[in-house]
Design a protein around this ligand. Structure first.
Ligand code: GSH
Length: 317
């Protein structure tokens, strides 16, 4: 029997005076690269730790798959319901990650920095040679996979961060992060009515804008999938099954936006997206992870996720 967390686990330092949620800083941010002091780019050197519930970690897993880095960076998966002792490797035999030999994620954070007092989060990249976390920069991790790990990409891997679009991609990613990816958390973790309503308004206002943008083009930057699409997708995939109810982001569901819904299905039906999306784990993680909010541990029966397989008819755009 797993011990469930007793609260949503955010620290008091992550709540501003007006009740708004302000996410903690990343602890491990050394870049990957070939300059002195950077993390050397090597095959079989790193292990990516993820939880299928987590949008930030899911993003890294999608990019790893699209670029064909599965044989280069190994993957460790925690149970979707975070325990009072942190993310647990209870899906693995004996409840132990087979490569790192740890039961709980905080063990490796403590090994990496004995003074670390923040939340032990996924995604986390571990240097298996040293047995320590070397990078948990969830915002930039996928950029490292795209740029620093380029020599290991599979032949014909998509260019998710094309040079001619980088400035525009970075600008849109920033907006997607603040208003949407983190926007749902700002609504869900708000500790005042006004902070919640501000996040709710900003989120739906931004979704309305992107709904228009996607009316006339298949992806956010035309007819090629980019980094921005992956960032938007991970929130859309969690929206109707969890955020809508758990985080009270309930003006409407993704399924109610004609273009965003077709776009989300289009990506879901693309290799690397749907096959790494575990709706059941996402529901478990958000709905059962906060024991106080759901003391009887009841998992919502719906919604019907088979709809994600319906034809999207966006190829003609
Ligand atoms: N590293 C970032 C983002 C990553 C993140 O929030 N991951 C969540 C899952 S989506 C996590 O691992 N939370 C563990 C916890 O709160 O104890 C942060 O510290 O806020």
């Amino acid at each position: 029997m797993m011990t469930t967390a007793t609260a949503s686990n955010i620290a008091t330092s992550e709540i501003a005076q007006d009740g708004a949620f302000v996410r903690q800083q990343n602890r491990f941010t050394t870049p990957f690269g070939d300059k002195p002091g950077e993390l050397p780019v090597e095959k079989d050197r790193y292990r990516l730790l993820w939880a299928p519930i987590c949008p930030w970690a899911h993003r890294a897993v999608i990019v790893r798959k699209l670029l064909g880095l599965e044989d280069v960076i190994s993957l460790g998966t925690v149970h979707p319901v975070r325990t009072a002792r942190g993310w647990a490797f209870s899906l693995d035999e004996g409840g132990v990650d087979p490569v790192l030999g740890i039961h709980y994620l905080p063990e490796i954070y403590a090994r990496s920095d004995a003074n670390y007092t923040g939340r032990a989060t996924v995604p986390a990249v571990v240097d298996v040679k040293k047995g320590v976390v070397v990078n948990n920069d969830y915002f930039k991790l996928t950029n490292y996979f795209k740029m620093a790990f380029k020599p290991f990409h599979k032949p014909g891997a998509p260019d998710l961060y094309p040079e001619d679009l980088r400035t525009q991609i970075d600008a849109l990613n920033d907006v997607i992060f603040h208003d949407i990816n983190n926007g749902v958390y700002k609504a869900g973790f708000a500790q005042s009515q006004s902070a919640y309503e501000t996040a709710w308004d900003t989120l739906f206002n931004r979704l309305d804008i992107l709904e228009q943008r996607l009316a006339t083009q298949r992806y956010l930057f035309g007819n090629r999938i980019t980094d921005s699409d992956i960032r938007l997708y991970v929130t859309l995939a969690r929206f109707d099954v969890s955020y809508y109810s758990v985080f009270r982001t309930n003006r409407n569901r993704v399924i109610d936006f004609p273009h965003l819904w077709g776009y989300a299905r289009d990506l879901y039906q693309t290799l690397g997206f749907g096959d790494t999306t575990d709706f059941h784990a996402i529901k478990q993680g958000y709905q059962l992870g906060d024991f106080n909010a759901n003391p009887y541990q009841i998992l919502a029966k719906g919604p019907d996720v088979s709809l994600w397989h319906f034809p999207h008819q966006r190829a003609a755009l």
